[in-house]
Design a protein around this ligand. Structure first.
Ligand code: HEC
Ligand code: HEC
Ligand code: HEC
Ligand code: HEC
Ligand code: HEC
Ligand code: HEC
Length: 182
């Protein structure tokens, strides 16, 4: 307990030093990047944005250097929607969130020479049963995205969670639940 509060205090001081200039407070965002071909470099480190995005700016200007940073490091600032820097859910394609958890291309695609669609069963190999996934979001408001009167727990993950594009809220075709899928 004591160690945690010391750690927390140290992190807060770090934050104040890093952002004392208030540049983030003005809500600066990276400009829409000039076209530069992004590549899916297998084996790139999750934090090494430039390995794949090259000259494209994918982090806001003045973002701290994230070299070698593990995902728990990101969460110091990106812990929740309400937090200091907002959650990272939905801010990067799912493959990125997985790369930060050491799930690389082969974790989903196996050894396919030409990677293609990934079966839901592959997702569930790691995430447990569909019911277990639904259990994790049973308190999500206003409804559980993983368990509905129409589809039960059977919807394909890729209806909402995209691994190579921004995720979407499939239920929004008919409802206004405003789900934010990571
Ligand atoms: C010291 C605090 C801090 C840490 C640690 C941090 N970030 Fe950030 N990050 C910020 C702030 C502040 C913003 C700007 C938030 C905004 O514009 O609303 C930001 C924005 C971002 C954005 C753009 C989000 C958007 O709204 O478009 C991405 C992507 C991002 N960070 C990724 C990461 C990743 C990945 C890590 C870990 C490897 C990380 N950050 C670690 C403070 C941090
Ligand atoms: C968390 C699982 C996951 C990870 C990790 C992942 N992918 Fe995929 N990938 C998918 C899914 C699901 C699809 C099919 C749906 C789609 O196109 O979004 C796909 C589709 C593809 C496709 C064919 C369709 C397309 O969009 O081109 C290629 C090629 C591909 N992935 C390459 C990669 C490479 C290279 C990596 C590592 C840098 C990677 N994937 C990491 C899940 C994943
Ligand atoms: C090799 C194991 C593995 C595979 C395969 C895998 N995941 Fe994951 N996934 C993880 C781990 C580990 C995490 C981070 C811990 C967690 O949230 O369970 C994660 C996190 C997630 C998250 C939450 C992301 C966040 O940052 O909040 C979603 C959504 C997700 N996975 C969906 C999928 C989908 C959809 C597929 C199939 C296309 C898939 N996963 C395949 C291991 C895997
Ligand atoms: C109808 C859209 C939708 C479908 C389909 C869907 N999800 Fe989700 N998922 C969401 C939303 C929305 C959240 C965020 C819930 C929240 O933040 O409370 C989420 C969150 C998650 C998380 C993070 C849970 C946590 O809080 O730890 C995982 C893991 C996940 N989904 C995996 C899956 C897997 C695996 C499948 C396929 C079996 C799947 N999802 C199908 C919408 C969906
Ligand atoms: C392994 C290569 C790779 C790495 C490493 C990587 N990206 Fe990406 N990123 C891609 C690819 C490829 C796309 C386009 C979607 C796809 O095909 O997966 C993309 C898409 C994105 C998008 C969505 C862009 C849009 O126009 O909608 C964001 C945001 C993003 N990346 C941020 C980041 C950040 C931040 C980092 C570093 C923390 C990072 N990426 C690291 C390959 C990578
Ligand atoms: C094609 C349109 C359509 C889609 C897509 C859809 N629904 Fe529905 N949903 C309906 C209709 C129509 C009703 C019945 C409305 C009524 O009787 O009030 C309904 C009723 C419901 C109800 C019970 C009443 C309520 O509004 O609370 C829930 C819960 C629900 N849907 C959840 C979901 C979830 C979660 C998803 C996404 C996984 C989803 N629905 C996707 C059309 C849809």
């Amino acid at each position: 307990m004591k160690n945690r509060s010391i750690l927390f205090a140290a992190l807060m001081i770090l934050l104040l030093c890093l952002y004392g200039q208030g540049s983030f407070a003005q809500g600066q965002r990276a400009k829409k990047a000039a076209p530069a071909k992004v590549v899916r470099l297998a084996g790139a480190q999750a934090w090494d944005c430039a390995a794949c995005h090259r000259t494209q700016k994918v982090l806001p200007k003045n973002h701290l250097d994230i070299q070698e940073m593990p995902y728990v490091g990101c969460l110091v600032c990106h812990l929740s929607e309400e937090g200091f820097a907002g959650s990272l859910k939905g801010k990067m394609p799912g493959s990125h969130l997985h790369a930060f958890r050491n799930v690389q291309c082969a974790g989903c695609h196996g050894r396919e020479k030409k990677p293609s669609a990934v079966a839901k069963s592959r997702c569930l190999d790691c995430h447990g049963s569909a019911a277990a996934v639904a259990g994790k979001t049973q308190n999500t408001k206003p409804n559980n995205p993983h368990d509905s009167p129409h589809y039960g727990t059977e919807l394909d993950c890729n209806f909402c969670h995209h691994q190579h594009a921004g995720s979407e809220d499939y239920c929004a075709k008919c409802h206004k639940f405003n789900f934010a899928a990571p």
